[in-house]
Design a protein around this ligand. Sequence first.
Ligand code: NAD
Length: 478
Amino acid sequence: MTRITIAKGDGIGPEIMEATLEILMAAGAQIEIDEVEIGEKVYLSGNTSGIAAEAWDVIRRNKIFLKAPITTPQGGGYKSLNVTTRKFLGLYANVRPCMSMHPFVSTKHPIMDLVIVRENEEDLYAGIEHQQTNEVVQCIKIISRPGCEKIVRYAFEYAKQQNRKKVTCFTKDNIMKQTDGLFHEVFNEIAKEYPEIENEHWIVDIGAAKVADTPEVFDVIVMANLYGDIISDIAAQIAGSVGLAGSSNIGEECAMFEAIHGTAPDIGGKNIANPSGLLQGAVMMLNHIGQIAVAEKIQNAWLKTIEDGTHTVDIFKEGISKQKVGTKDFANAVIANLGQIPTVLKPVNYANSAALHLPKYKRKTPLVKALVGVDIFVHWDSLDPNELASKIQKIATNDIKLSMITNRGIKVWPEGFKETFCTDHWRCRFKPVDEHKMKPIDIIKLLQNALNENIETIKTENLYNFDGKAGFSLGQGQ
Ligand code: NAD
């Protein structure tokens, strides 16, 4: 018997959770259930996190969480509970299988069967955002080596366990050489440890286009958080419907399982929602907790129900479907099919689907880190870079000189183009003269000089070399 936590969420959440639990119980799942309240009601009661402290206690104690979708109220500074849960509980891997069920669910891609493994904790979802000038806001993209290693290793281990043949990596490292560059570098390193699995890399834009056009060429695809969020919705939708896909969020200790769709407020409370997405999440949960026979029994009954043409309104199509049913009747149809297997669709065999236990991340020997410059960002309202250059050169010292100014990353001094559009947000790069070994005090002196010159500095970024290799990018056009 495994004790799990559930949350019924908002919109269609309660009805699809009820349907899912009925199927689980009828199939003989050995689970005991604690329910917690999360979502809209909790937010609107004045709790901006959408969850009470006692609910966290239950979730952390049980470690396994089956969650229906929730509504994050717009505006009012409410933080997304989904993102918070993934990060608080260290659920680094988001696994989203997207398989078409041709000819029973309408799709342009009859032989699609891919799994997206999305990094779940970092990237632009770190949520570190600031307004810095009148015209410019920023969002910091954090990519860590442990984050990359954990997710890439998870993708390869998953492929190995599931007998999948290829792992593809999507990045945009032609542009983001440091962040996406690290993800790609780690992918190449870890791929070497799995010579039996084919590996490849695509730039994310053409990769996404290929997913939409020829998804059958992909098997497992691993990517950073934002790309994974977007592309997994595309993949689920072209497989048939976002309403059919579930996902798991896996951490070293805890795991959360859910549908990938939202609360569908337009159809909430009408008993017409498709419970399949949450049911797919629940099947992944049963595999994770080792109740493999029950997971198989449910999945085969579900496939049989889809194959029978017993469809909810979102996938119902004249000529393909046989019977249009509501949420409850769909669940009853799956229950009636327990013990049966599909005849056209491939029955599942989950013999190798238990939770993966990956080795803990091991810290590497630190690299030799040397301070070699500083980027000082300033708010400057005049739009003439040469004017800024002559002003800011005054803050230089005997040891540290201005080497470049960029605006939105493009070099505007020295030798900028008058055609380049500028905002009020400028990066001024300072580097030491040849023989000077730069120290943190040099930065303080520059900032003090800027203060004396009435220049508004908004932030600094230190420039480091690691083992002699630049840990920062050049200005565009430099
Ligand atoms: P949505 O997925 O809720 O709905 C998109 C469309 O798909 C709607 O027309 C809806 O009726 C339909 N649909 C979705 N699930 C369905 C199902 N199971 N059966 C039948 N039809 C279904 O996306 P949205 O409209 O962008 O978001 C609505 C709300 O859900 C928002 O408040 C959003 O914040 C929230 N949301 C929550 C989660 C989550 O909790 N994991 C994820 C995404 C969105």
